[in-house]
Design a binder for this molecule. Sequence first.
Ligand code: ATP
Length: 251
Amino acid sequence: MAHLSVSHVSKSFGGVKVLVDQCLDVREGEFVALLGPSGCGKSTLLQIINGLIPADGGKIVLGGKDITGKTGTGRGMVFQGADLFPWRTALDNIAFGLEVVGVGKAERLERARHYLNLVGLRGFEDAWPHQLSGGMQQRVGIARAFCIQPTLLMMDEPFGALDVQTRDVLQDELVRIWEAEPKTVLFVTHGIEEALYLADRILVYSKRPARVLREITVPFARPRREDIKLDPQFLELRRDISDLLRHDLYA
Ligand SMILES: Nc1ncnc2c1ncn2[C@@H]1O[C@H](COP(=O)(O)OP(=O)(O)OP(=O)(O)O)[C@@H](O)[C@H]1O
């Protein structure tokens, strides 16, 4: 776990401003959801934090280290499609990140097996990605991200392509794993309900260029159960955020 500090990050693509003077602080072990309309710049911000896209300006500090423009250490990423290597088994996909950093075979397979079990895929070690359902592939993606034991876990609409039932199950699984192995989490989503159910804090973004319209400290104690989605306070927050986003979109 580590504290993340994003200060004054800006980014334009060909003159189109996507991020302007973005600042963001995430406490150690905090689960923060970034919620905003399609195209506002959420993925761009994650990619900049991940060092995969250079920012035009600004600074990213993780656990006291300046990681601006650097890839690698300490960051795990889960995408909407699990993006597994089709030529690797489930276990070898999970172990991939450890292989890259030179962890020996026996140790990396042992660690990968631990995470494979943790995401509920015991018995599927040797399965190929095409033999797994979308939900199972996403479990592999989550295990792969946890396996490198990142201090910051970034998730970009990880459940966006799943059916509702699978998504609900994986939301609970994610929280269970995160509670067993705490991480600082940045979770990008379009789903208001998903953000309220999962996060400690939600940043609601405007349309592009993204700016924070509202910051919400989620008031629900953990562990949370499905029935909080029917709680009057939950429903009120959901409606408020929905109104806020709609109002901004047509402003
Ligand atoms: N490499 C690129 N070149 C040009 N424009 C880009 C590039 N990457 C992103 N953009 C533009 O930047 C804007 C923000 O994109 P981004 O993917 O960050 O949005 P988002 O909020 O994550 O959207 P979504 O929720 O739909 O994934 C979009 O208008 C997109 O077209």
